[in-house]
Design a protein around this ligand. Structure first.
Ligand SMILES: Cc1cc2nc3c(=O)[nH]c(=O)nc-3n(C[C@H](O)[C@H](O)[C@H](O)COP(=O)(O)OP(=O)(O)OC[C@H]3O[C@@H](n4cnc5c(N)ncnc54)[C@H](O)[C@@H]3O)c2cc1C
Length: 242
Protein backbone atom coordinates (compact mmCIF):
# COMPACT_ATOMS: atom_id res chain seq x y z
CA UNK A 1 0.00 0.00 0.00
CA UNK A 2 1.52 3.33 -1.04
CA UNK A 3 1.14 6.14 1.48
CA UNK A 4 -1.29 8.88 0.56
CA UNK A 5 -2.42 12.06 2.28
CA UNK A 6 -5.57 11.92 4.40
CA UNK A 7 -7.72 14.61 5.91
CA UNK A 8 -8.45 13.28 9.37
CA UNK A 9 -11.50 14.40 11.33
CA UNK A 10 -11.11 14.17 15.07
CA UNK A 11 -13.79 12.10 16.78
CA UNK A 12 -12.52 11.96 20.32
CA UNK A 13 -9.89 13.19 22.72
CA UNK A 14 -9.15 11.90 26.22
CA UNK A 15 -6.34 11.41 28.67
CA UNK A 16 -5.20 7.82 29.17
CA UNK A 17 -2.70 8.80 31.88
CA UNK A 18 -1.64 12.21 33.22
CA UNK A 19 0.88 12.61 30.36
CA UNK A 20 -0.51 10.37 27.61
CA UNK A 21 -3.62 11.17 25.60
CA UNK A 22 -5.69 9.44 22.97
CA UNK A 23 -6.88 11.10 19.76
CA UNK A 24 -9.35 9.22 17.60
CA UNK A 25 -10.16 10.12 14.01
CA UNK A 26 -11.97 9.07 10.85
CA UNK A 27 -10.97 9.66 7.24
CA UNK A 28 -13.23 10.29 4.25
CA UNK A 29 -11.19 8.01 2.00
CA UNK A 30 -10.68 4.49 3.39
CA UNK A 31 -7.45 4.28 5.38
CA UNK A 32 -6.05 0.76 5.00
CA UNK A 33 -3.05 -0.31 7.00
CA UNK A 34 -1.43 -3.34 8.59
CA UNK A 35 -1.30 -3.62 12.36
CA UNK A 36 1.91 -1.98 13.57
CA UNK A 37 2.14 0.67 10.85
CA UNK A 38 2.16 4.40 11.51
CA UNK A 39 0.74 7.67 10.24
CA UNK A 40 2.99 10.65 9.55
CA UNK A 41 1.10 13.65 10.92
CA UNK A 42 1.70 16.99 9.21
CA UNK A 43 2.27 19.87 11.64
CA UNK A 44 1.54 23.00 9.61
CA UNK A 45 4.13 25.76 9.72
CA UNK A 46 5.96 24.44 12.78
CA UNK A 47 9.30 23.89 11.04
CA UNK A 48 12.15 26.27 10.17
CA UNK A 49 11.05 29.22 8.00
CA UNK A 50 7.40 28.29 8.57
CA UNK A 51 7.72 24.97 6.79
CA UNK A 52 5.53 22.02 7.75
CA UNK A 53 6.91 19.40 10.13
CA UNK A 54 6.02 15.73 10.17
CA UNK A 55 5.83 13.41 13.13
CA UNK A 56 5.25 9.65 13.13
CA UNK A 57 2.55 8.02 15.31
CA UNK A 58 1.88 4.30 15.41
CA UNK A 59 -1.76 3.44 14.98
CA UNK A 60 -2.88 2.03 18.31
CA UNK A 61 -6.11 0.40 17.12
CA UNK A 62 -6.53 -2.75 15.02
CA UNK A 63 -7.01 -2.22 11.26
CA UNK A 64 -10.77 -3.01 11.37
CA UNK A 65 -11.54 -0.56 14.20
CA UNK A 66 -13.06 2.88 13.53
CA UNK A 67 -12.47 5.55 14.54
CA UNK A 68 -8.69 5.08 14.31
CA UNK A 69 -6.86 5.57 17.62
CA UNK A 70 -3.54 7.22 18.41
CA UNK A 71 -1.84 7.13 21.79
CA UNK A 72 0.49 10.09 22.30
CA UNK A 73 2.87 11.11 25.06
CA UNK A 74 2.81 14.87 25.61
CA UNK A 75 6.43 15.98 25.26
CA UNK A 76 7.54 19.28 26.81
CA UNK A 77 7.83 21.96 24.11
CA UNK A 78 7.26 19.32 21.42
CA UNK A 79 5.55 20.84 18.35
CA UNK A 80 4.04 17.54 17.20
CA UNK A 81 2.52 16.46 20.46
CA UNK A 82 1.24 19.96 21.28
CA UNK A 83 -0.44 20.18 17.88
CA UNK A 84 -2.27 16.91 18.55
CA UNK A 85 -2.99 17.88 22.16
CA UNK A 86 -4.98 20.92 21.06
CA UNK A 87 -7.31 18.90 18.80
CA UNK A 88 -10.93 18.37 19.79
CA UNK A 89 -13.85 16.55 18.10
CA UNK A 90 -14.75 18.24 14.81
CA UNK A 91 -11.21 19.56 14.21
CA UNK A 92 -9.18 18.21 11.32
CA UNK A 93 -5.53 17.45 10.72
CA UNK A 94 -3.54 16.06 7.80
CA UNK A 95 -1.51 12.87 7.77
CA UNK A 96 0.27 10.59 5.32
CA UNK A 97 -0.33 6.85 5.76
CA UNK A 98 0.33 3.98 5.91
CA UNK A 99 4.06 3.80 6.61
CA UNK A 100 6.39 1.25 8.15
CA UNK A 101 7.35 -2.39 8.09
CA UNK A 102 7.08 -3.03 11.84
CA UNK A 103 4.26 -5.52 11.47
CA UNK A 104 3.38 -8.88 12.99
CA UNK A 105 5.09 -11.61 10.98
CA UNK A 106 3.56 -14.98 11.86
CA UNK A 107 6.21 -17.68 12.17
CA UNK A 108 4.84 -21.21 12.61
CA UNK A 109 6.11 -22.96 15.73
CA UNK A 110 7.33 -19.73 17.38
CA UNK A 111 6.40 -17.79 20.48
CA UNK A 112 6.06 -14.00 20.36
CA UNK A 113 7.38 -11.52 22.90
CA UNK A 114 6.26 -7.90 22.54
CA UNK A 115 8.35 -5.46 24.56
CA UNK A 116 7.39 -1.79 24.91
CA UNK A 117 8.20 1.27 26.93
CA UNK A 118 5.45 3.88 27.35
CA UNK A 119 3.49 4.67 24.19
CA UNK A 120 5.56 2.00 22.42
CA UNK A 121 2.65 -0.25 23.37
CA UNK A 122 0.59 1.32 20.53
CA UNK A 123 1.65 -0.94 17.63
CA UNK A 124 1.38 -4.05 19.82
CA UNK A 125 -2.17 -3.18 20.77
CA UNK A 126 -2.99 -2.89 17.08
CA UNK A 127 -1.29 -6.25 16.39
CA UNK A 128 -2.80 -8.35 19.18
CA UNK A 129 -6.33 -7.14 18.43
CA UNK A 130 -5.92 -7.66 14.67
CA UNK A 131 -7.62 -10.36 12.63
CA UNK A 132 -4.19 -11.34 11.27
CA UNK A 133 -2.94 -12.15 14.79
CA UNK A 134 -6.09 -14.09 15.65
CA UNK A 135 -5.82 -16.07 12.42
CA UNK A 136 -2.10 -16.88 12.88
CA UNK A 137 -1.37 -16.79 16.62
CA UNK A 138 2.06 -17.69 17.98
CA UNK A 139 2.39 -20.70 20.31
CA UNK A 140 2.31 -18.22 23.16
CA UNK A 141 2.46 -14.43 23.36
CA UNK A 142 3.87 -12.27 26.13
CA UNK A 143 3.49 -8.52 26.16
CA UNK A 144 5.76 -6.47 28.42
CA UNK A 145 5.12 -2.79 29.08
CA UNK A 146 7.73 -0.85 31.02
CA UNK A 147 6.93 2.47 32.72
CA UNK A 148 8.48 4.30 35.65
CA UNK A 149 5.30 4.82 37.71
CA UNK A 150 2.00 2.95 38.05
CA UNK A 151 0.12 6.06 36.89
CA UNK A 152 1.77 5.67 33.46
CA UNK A 153 0.44 2.18 32.72
CA UNK A 154 -1.62 1.98 29.53
CA UNK A 155 -4.47 -0.31 28.42
CA UNK A 156 -4.13 -2.55 31.50
CA UNK A 157 -7.74 -3.75 31.73
CA UNK A 158 -8.15 -4.69 28.09
CA UNK A 159 -4.72 -6.31 27.79
CA UNK A 160 -5.26 -8.26 31.02
CA UNK A 161 -8.55 -9.64 29.76
CA UNK A 162 -7.31 -10.50 26.25
CA UNK A 163 -7.25 -14.27 25.71
CA UNK A 164 -3.95 -15.78 24.59
CA UNK A 165 -1.68 -12.98 25.84
CA UNK A 166 0.37 -12.92 29.01
CA UNK A 167 0.35 -9.26 30.03
CA UNK A 168 3.37 -8.18 32.11
CA UNK A 169 3.47 -4.54 33.19
CA UNK A 170 6.77 -3.60 34.84
CA UNK A 171 7.20 -0.47 36.95
CA UNK A 172 10.71 0.75 37.71
CA UNK A 173 10.04 3.42 40.38
CA UNK A 174 6.55 2.91 41.84
CA UNK A 175 5.50 5.74 44.15
CA UNK A 176 2.49 3.91 45.65
CA UNK A 177 1.53 0.29 46.20
CA UNK A 178 2.58 -2.00 43.35
CA UNK A 179 2.25 -5.77 43.48
CA UNK A 180 3.57 -6.49 39.98
CA UNK A 181 7.15 -6.68 38.76
CA UNK A 182 9.35 -3.89 40.11
CA UNK A 183 12.10 -3.01 37.67
CA UNK A 184 12.50 -2.43 33.96
CA UNK A 185 11.50 -4.69 31.11
CA UNK A 186 15.18 -5.58 30.72
CA UNK A 187 15.33 -6.70 34.38
CA UNK A 188 12.23 -8.82 33.85
CA UNK A 189 13.70 -10.58 30.83
CA UNK A 190 17.07 -11.09 32.56
CA UNK A 191 15.23 -12.74 35.47
CA UNK A 192 13.70 -15.42 33.25
CA UNK A 193 14.71 -18.97 34.07
CA UNK A 194 16.71 -21.22 31.78
CA UNK A 195 13.43 -22.76 30.55
CA UNK A 196 12.44 -19.55 28.76
CA UNK A 197 12.18 -20.32 25.01
CA UNK A 198 14.86 -17.78 24.05
CA UNK A 199 15.61 -19.29 20.65
CA UNK A 200 12.03 -20.19 19.69
CA UNK A 201 10.66 -16.66 20.12
CA UNK A 202 10.16 -13.70 17.79
CA UNK A 203 10.87 -10.47 19.64
CA UNK A 204 9.17 -7.16 18.85
CA UNK A 205 10.70 -4.10 20.54
CA UNK A 206 9.19 -0.62 20.51
CA UNK A 207 9.72 2.71 22.26
CA UNK A 208 12.80 4.18 23.90
CA UNK A 209 15.96 3.49 21.88
CA UNK A 210 18.05 2.88 25.00
CA UNK A 211 15.73 0.05 26.09
CA UNK A 212 15.86 -1.41 22.59
CA UNK A 213 19.69 -1.38 22.58
CA UNK A 214 19.80 -3.10 25.99
CA UNK A 215 17.32 -5.79 25.02
CA UNK A 216 19.11 -6.45 21.73
CA UNK A 217 22.37 -6.92 23.64
CA UNK A 218 20.71 -9.33 26.06
CA UNK A 219 19.12 -11.31 23.21
CA UNK A 220 22.45 -11.49 21.37
CA UNK A 221 24.04 -12.88 24.56
CA UNK A 222 21.30 -15.53 24.65
CA UNK A 223 22.13 -16.51 21.08
CA UNK A 224 18.94 -15.14 19.51
CA UNK A 225 19.33 -14.63 15.75
CA UNK A 226 19.12 -11.01 14.55
CA UNK A 227 16.34 -12.01 12.16
CA UNK A 228 14.10 -12.85 15.12
CA UNK A 229 14.34 -9.32 16.53
CA UNK A 230 12.02 -6.65 15.09
CA UNK A 231 12.24 -3.06 16.28
CA UNK A 232 10.66 0.40 16.08
CA UNK A 233 12.70 3.13 17.77
CA UNK A 234 10.54 6.11 18.78
CA UNK A 235 13.36 8.30 20.09
CA UNK A 236 16.89 8.19 21.45
CA UNK A 237 17.22 9.86 24.84
CA UNK A 238 20.32 11.98 25.50
CA UNK A 239 23.21 9.72 26.62
CA UNK A 240 23.26 10.96 30.23
CA UNK A 241 19.62 9.86 30.72
CA UNK A 242 20.21 6.27 29.64
C1 LIG B 1 7.77 5.11 13.68
C2 LIG B 1 7.48 5.98 14.90
C3 LIG B 1 6.26 5.85 15.55
C4 LIG B 1 5.99 6.66 16.66
N1 LIG B 1 4.82 6.48 17.32
C5 LIG B 1 4.55 7.20 18.43
C6 LIG B 1 3.35 6.98 19.18
O1 LIG B 1 2.49 6.15 18.83
N2 LIG B 1 3.14 7.75 20.29
C7 LIG B 1 4.06 8.69 20.71
O2 LIG B 1 3.81 9.34 21.73
N3 LIG B 1 5.20 8.91 20.03
C8 LIG B 1 5.47 8.21 18.90
N4 LIG B 1 6.61 8.45 18.19
C9 LIG B 1 7.44 9.62 18.55
C10 LIG B 1 6.89 10.84 17.75
O3 LIG B 1 7.13 10.68 16.37
C11 LIG B 1 7.56 12.16 18.13
O4 LIG B 1 8.95 12.03 18.07
C12 LIG B 1 7.15 12.60 19.52
O5 LIG B 1 5.75 12.71 19.63
C13 LIG B 1 7.78 13.96 19.88
O6 LIG B 1 7.42 14.90 18.89
P1 LIG B 1 7.33 16.45 19.24
O7 LIG B 1 7.33 17.20 17.96
O8 LIG B 1 6.22 16.73 20.20
O9 LIG B 1 8.67 16.72 20.04
P2 LIG B 1 10.18 16.81 19.48
O10 LIG B 1 10.62 18.19 19.60
O11 LIG B 1 10.28 16.13 18.16
O12 LIG B 1 10.88 15.84 20.56
C14 LIG B 1 11.46 16.30 21.73
C15 LIG B 1 12.13 15.15 22.48
O13 LIG B 1 11.12 14.37 23.12
C16 LIG B 1 11.58 13.04 23.36
N5 LIG B 1 10.53 12.09 22.97
C17 LIG B 1 10.04 11.86 21.72
N6 LIG B 1 9.06 10.92 21.77
C18 LIG B 1 8.93 10.58 23.07
C19 LIG B 1 8.07 9.66 23.74
N7 LIG B 1 7.14 8.91 23.09
N8 LIG B 1 8.22 9.55 25.08
C20 LIG B 1 9.13 10.29 25.75
N9 LIG B 1 9.97 11.19 25.15
C21 LIG B 1 9.86 11.32 23.83
C22 LIG B 1 12.84 12.89 22.55
O14 LIG B 1 13.96 12.88 23.42
C23 LIG B 1 12.85 14.10 21.64
O15 LIG B 1 14.15 14.45 21.29
C24 LIG B 1 6.93 7.63 17.11
C25 LIG B 1 8.17 7.76 16.43
C26 LIG B 1 8.43 6.94 15.35
C27 LIG B 1 9.78 7.10 14.65
Amino acid sequence: MAATEFRCEVKGFKHLTPSVFEVTFDTQQPLEFSAGQFISVIIPGAGPHGRDLRRAYSIASAPHVRPVELCVKLVEDGPGTHHLYRLRPGDTFRGMAPYGDFVYEPKPGSHACFIATGTGIAPFRSMVFSAEFKKNPPISATCLLGVSDVSELLYTNEMESLQGITWVPTVSRPTGEWRGFKGRVTDYLRAQEAGFPWLETEYYLCGNGAMIDEIKLLLAQKGVAKGSVHQEVYYKPPKELK
